[in-house]
Design a protein around this ligand. Structure first.
Ligand code: TXA
Ligand code: MG
Length: 357
């Protein structure tokens, strides 16, 4: 299959391009499109034949359910059994935006979308291209991140091509994604509203609206093996498997104070370099003086949580493509978007966390 790429204006998408993409979706084909979080691999959510192709293109097991993207709040009613009052408040506050709500699925939602679960994941993205595409199709769009199963989510069309060239017919290239990590998945079917995946909307922000929101339980803690964490924390969201967002290169996460973290990373670079390994490091801008003479291949992700989130996946992919034998990552503070960043770093490391006091 030939993969066609079209550049689209991310702020004012060209109607002819949107119409072309909507026509493909109507025909049951797949279209990759930008969202404010990461690129999505979309299909008409109401066509089971089209949904099936998403799983095939990604190499994703049918047991992992998909997020359904909508562009208007009225559509919510048509996809769920009922809309709990908390869902309305959250939607009014955070939609369009990087929040996915788990709600009881209505009969219109194909079983392939929910992987047979009684609940459906719904989100209204705020990217103009995503919104225009959903409206032009006139139907909700089911879309996981547009990467191969188990790989890092794509934040540019180049990342999508690296994973899915020849496996999807059409990519709308709207430039780099603004947020850079996926949406927050919030389970409103649990006894207490619980975050299944930290993401673009922080725990703090959710609690301003719904103080009882509980943080994700399945985060692998440092020093704890990924599979142990899964056993301890359960897996209420199948995509919460801790190896989910991993680069193809062994990745280590360093935790501790700034000084101990940097020292341990330098020691690891020296040890590996002595064995002839080429090492990549993912660091903040202010770490640069510490590492510039280390011989490691360096990728800096900025300083603020917003900058780090935006550059994180590009950094992991760049180091991976550079052919390094190991990627060493520093840890970041947990406030705000930091919670999602830490979650993704721990998943990238698959439990290989080195903690210094
Ligand atoms: O930002 C995002 O959420 C991006 C963009 C494209 O919208 N999408 C995305 O989709 O990250 P995906 O499929 O890569 O991740 C969706 C997550 C998975 O962890 C999945 O298991 C969970 O949401 N999920 C989907 N439906 C669910 C359901 N009914 N119950 C529990 N978890 C669900
Ligand atoms: Mg994904």
């Amino acid at each position: 299959m030939q993969t066609e790429i079209a550049h689209i204006d991310p702020m004012q998408p060209e109607p002819a391009l949107i119409e072309h993409a909507a026509r493909l979706l109507r025909q049951g084909k797949l279209v990759v499109f930008p969202t404010e979080t990461v690129y999505g691999l979309g299909a008409d959510a109401l066509q089971p034949g089209a949904i099936k192709q998403i799983f095939v293109a990604k190499g994703r097991p049918f047991s992992d359910p998909l997020i359904v993207h909508i562009a208007d709040e009225e559509v919510l009613e048509t996809l769920v059994v009922h809309v709990p009052p908390q869902a309305r408040v959250l939607a009014r506050t955070f939609w369009p935006g990087p929040l996915t709500l788990i709600l009881p699925a209505g009969p219109r939602v194909p079983r392939l979308v929910t992987a047979g679960l009684p609940n459906v994941a719904l989100r209204m993205p705020r990217h103009p291209v995503a919104l225009a595409l959903i409206r032009a199709l006139g139907s909700p769009i089911a879309a996981p991140s547009a990467n191969r199963f188990m790989h890092i989510s794509p934040t540019t069309a180049h990342h999508v091509l690296a994973d899915l060239a020849g496996r999807v017919p059409f990519i709308l290239d709207g430039g780099p994604c603004e947020i850079g990590v996926e949406s927050t998945v919030l389970d409103l079917c649990a006894a207490v509203p619980t975050i299944l995946r930290p993401g673009g909307v922080s725990l703090e922000a959710l609690r301003t609206v719904l103080p009882e929101v509980q943080p994700s339980q399945s985060l692998p803690r440092s020093g704890e093996n990924a599979s142990q964490a899964e056993e301890a924390g359960g897996m209420s969201s199948p995509g919460q498997m801790s190896v989910h967002y991993a680069p193809t290169v062994p990745t280590l996460l360093f935790e501790g104070t700034l000084e101990t973290m940097r020292a341990a990373m330098l020691a690891e670079i020296a040890r590996r370099s002595a064995q002839g390994e080429q090492v990549g490091v993912l660091i903040a801008d202010e770490d640069m003086p510490t590492f510039q003479e280390s011989g490691a291949r360096i990728y800096t992700v900025g300083s603020t949580p917003e900058q780090v989130a935006t550059r994180l996946y590009a950094g992991l992919r760049t180091l991976e493509e550079a052919g390094v034998q190991a990627i060493l990552c520093r840890d970041f503070a947990e406030a705000g978007l930091g919670r999602a960043i830490r979650d993704r770093l721990r998943k990238a490391a698959g439990g290989k966390v080195i903690k210094q006091r």
